[in-house]
Design a protein around this ligand. Structure first.
Ligand code: NDP
Length: 332
């Protein structure tokens, strides 16, 4: 695979240039560039530059408003709602997360419901934001139907990611961020592009037959991770991200989407809890004992550790040359 080295500043500047050229205002373009550049920095390749063409499709079709100004409402002191008015999710998160963190620090717990947003990114930026402020964070969002509930060969669930972050004073948080599908759709698309096979059990072809060919799965259906157990967690994500926010379930998102290839409108639910208030001041020492035991076990690594290690590298990133050419072609 041919690559081109770009610094993180060059990656950010390129994204801003593309987004401004396609109808974003400065605030929306910067929020998108921030999220995608952090994904490239951490080696979350399926949610960095790879997503730029999809974002641009949604702007060009008019599905997403690149100049939207999200509004924040405190429904109760602990329940916050941000209406993105058709924006990409990052600028709505930037508006709501500080309000959520403040509420959880004061009350002990808080819920942030995002509606009217188009989510196409990783979720760890949301949960790490909370953990960096001493809070436990949980976030989930639903997406277009791509995953068959256990027992079926028909898609109903989105790839429905969920992220959890636990704060570690003086250190990076413990954080996982995972699709509840056996594999994220972005990774299926990248595997298909790179001509790689995927593990058995990842998905089914158009006729409902098991296959390891990612191109066939992209036209067929993904399976949930962990059989019926992962299927139940994916169902929970639908209920939290759509039932609890009042936004669209994955199947509704598909029915109402214009099919432009960009992210459909949906909801996101973000929860924050304060261990200072709930567990009391001794929690860091107590928890560090547990984390140390986990870390010392042979073959075990903390989730999030791969990204946090990549983050330490401030050098250039190798960007797929064909992708870069496509993105540069979007600056019209
Ligand atoms: P992965 O399967 O790559 O990783 C899932 C989690 O497991 C990560 O936190 C990862 O940490 C951790 N992990 C991986 N390997 C190990 C290991 N050996 N030991 C311990 N922990 C490990 O992620 P997915 O492919 O499921 O998801 C990729 C991204 O796609 C996520 O960021 C998700 O939010 C996003 N997504 C977004 C959607 C949307 O609609 N917005 C839809 C679906 C997915 P680490 O990162 O450090 O490797």
């Amino acid at each position: 695979m041919s690559t081109v080295d770009l610094t993180l500043d060059e990656i950010s500047a390129l994204i801003i240039r593309v987004m401004l050229a396609n109808g974003c205002d400065d605030e929306n373009a910067s929020a998108l560039a921030d999220i995608m550049t952090r994904a490239e920095r951490d080696g979350s390749h399926s949610h960095g530059l790879f997503r730029v063409p999809g974002y641009v499709k949604a702007l060009r079709s008019g599905k997403v408003n690149g100049k939207a100004k999200p509004t924040v409402t405190k429904i109760t002191p602990a329940v916050i709602q941000v209406d993105g008015h058709g924006c990409f999710a990052p600028i709505a998160q930037a508006a709501g997360l500080p309000v959520l963190a403040e509420a959880a620090k004061e009350i002990g717990i808080g819920a942030l419901s995002l509606i009217g947003v188009h989510h196409f990114a990783s979720l760890w930026p949301e949960t790490e934001y909370l953990a960096d402020r001493g809070l436990v964070g949980i976030a989930c969002t639903a997406y277009m139907p791509a995953v068959a509930p256990a027992g079926s060969t028909t898609a109903l669930f989105g790839t429905n990611p969920i992220s959890f972050a636990w704060p570690r004073p003086g250190s990076t948080p413990v954080v996982y961020d995972m699709a509840t599908a056996s594999m994220a759709m972005g990774d299926i698309q990248i595997a298909a592009r790179d001509g790689r096979t995927v593990p058995a059990g990842t998905g089914l072809d158009q006729d409902g037959n098991p296959t390891t060919d990612p191109a066939k799965i992209a036209k067929g259906v993904l399976l949930p991770f962990g059989g019926y157990k992962g299927s139940a967690i994916s169902m929970m994500v639908e209920l939290l991200a759509a039932g609890l926010t009042g936004e669209q379930f994955s199947f509704e998102a598909k029915e109402n989407d214009n099919g432009d290839g960009g992210p459909a409108r949906g909801g996101e639910m973000i929860l924050a809890m304060s261990p200072d208030i709930i567990a009391g001041p001794d929690w860091p020492e107590h928890v560090e004992g547990f984390v140390a035991k986990l870390n010392e076990m042979d073959g075990v690594r903390l989730p999030g550790a791969r990204r946090h290690k990549n983050r330490l590298d401030t050098g250039a990133r190798a960007v797929n040359a064909a992708l870069l050419e496509t993105i540069e072609g979007l600056v019209t």
